[in-house]
Design a protein around this ligand. Structure first.
Ligand SMILES: Nc1ncnc2c1ncn2[C@@H]1O[C@H](COP(=O)(O)OP(=O)(O)OP(=O)(O)O)[C@@H](O)[C@H]1O
Length: 364
């Protein structure tokens, strides 16, 4: 299978050098990293705003840049859609005119007339068509901006911190639309973010960018739980990301029972429905390990497994250790003190029980 993205570039920007290479076969690849790590520079290389000193950029098997072969497809011929932090709509045009602006860039024979209706439905913006941007909320503006980019029928969508300027309520409103875009439209997405919750919820693949380099790239659940990445200074809290299905309810206590690859879990019921598939996230710091199968404890979830990996000591004074525990078909990330690891004599292969409080299971 051809990679969706195949990038290997080197480019100097003043004192900063971008030396990034990674491949991704994911539908939504997140470029995740702290401010100044080089995410936007990488996006600009993909979009054609930066001509790299050397390297190549391939999207779906098509070469956009290959310095050795003298290939540099100009920006306007790349068919790449952009969505930025601010929607950048034309204020004097209606939503409909803004949307169709994207369509005009598609050569007439390739325009698909049904596309507008599909995009309106996908993004839930059909009722806004006659408004001007001044009369839209931030979230609505962003959905129109995404629609405009989609109507240009791009081969790739670059989304650079598209939710960063929105409050939590507007973010929550737009996230399901981005999920549908990822799952139902065949256009690959490169998504820049430094918000871990967004990345956990949306990304199929994550490339961690550090100081102009790709420190790691792989499936989201693997990257977020890796002990070696979690141990780096400034790294976000490690977590386990699992897909789960709602198997039933404990109505008397307002709980939902989930089937997950790590084993059965109980969480607060919320608005879940029987049979619903959801994503859950458990922070490594919310997982306790025990050698015995504890019975008289308040935590409702005790999963049996064995230690799969133990990371290096990290944190101030080397007090912390990140581990992964193989439970069922999943690996759970756990963060313990180095002292606990020593006291329990933890080592790869050792059977353990992972204890998780129901209230610590989040739905990103
Ligand atoms: N034209 C330029 N000349 C010199 N240095 C540059 C230039 N463009 C970017 N840089 C430097 O390159 C580094 C990476 O910048 P970039 O904008 O790609 O990071 P980022 O990860 O997108 O950051 P943020 O999340 O804050 O947007 C920064 O140190 C920046 O100062």
């Amino acid at each position: 299978m051809t990679d969706v993205l195949d990038i290997a570039v080197r480019h100097r920007l003043g004192d900063f050098t971008l030396v990034s290479s990674f491949t991704s076969d994911g539908r939504l690849t997140a470029l995740f990293g702290s401010s100044g790590s080089g995410k936007t520079s990488l996006v600009n290389v993909i979009g054609g705003l930066i001509r790299p000193d050397s390297g190549h950029v391939r999207v779906d098997g098509e070469t956009l840049v290959d310095t050795e072969r003298g290939i540099f497809l100009p920006k306007h011929r790349r068919r790449i859609g952009y969505v930025f932090q601010e929607a950048r709509l034309f204020p004097h045009l209606t939503v409909r005119q803004n949307l169709l602006f994207g369509h005009w860039f598609v050569p007439r024979p390739q325009r698909r007339p049904a596309e507008l209706d599909k995009v309106l439905e996908l993004l839930g913006i059909g009722h806004l068509l006659h408004r001007r941007p001044g009369a839209l909320s931030g979230g609505e503006k962003q959905r129109v901006a995404i629609g405009r980019a989609l109507l240009a029928q791009p081969r790739l969508l670059l989304m650079d911190e598209p939710l960063a300027a929105l409050d939590e309520a507007r973010k929550a409103e737009i996230l399901p639309h981005i999920e549908r875009l990822r799952d139902e439209v065949g256009i690959p997405i490169v998504y820049v973010s430094h918000a871990l919750a967004e990345v956990a919820r949306l990304a199929t693949t994550v490339a961690v960018i550090e100081n102009g380099r790709v420190a790691a790239c792989g499936p989201t659940a693997d990257i977020l739980s890796r002990p070696d990445l979690a141990a780096r200074p400034g790294a976000p809290e490690a977590s386990s990301l699992l897909t789960a299905e709602v198997a039933g309810f404990d109505e008397a206590f307002g709980l939902a029972r989930l089937t997950t690859p790590a084993g059965p879990l109980t969480i607060a019921r919320g608005t879940l429905l029987q049979g619903q598939r959801i994503k859950i996230r458990i922070l490594a710091s919310d997982v306790m390990l025990s050698l015995d199968r504890l019975s008289e404890i308040s935590a409702l979830n005790v999963l049996s497994g064995s230690v799969a990996e133990i990371g290096e000591r990290s944190g101030l004074g080397g007090s912390t250790v990140h581990l992964r525990v193989a439970c069922g078909e999943a690996k759970l990330a756990a963060r313990l003190t180095a002292k606990s690891v020593a006291l329990l004599g933890l080592q790869p292969g050792k059977p353990v029980h992972a204890v998780i409080k129901s209230v610590s299971v989040e739905m990103p």
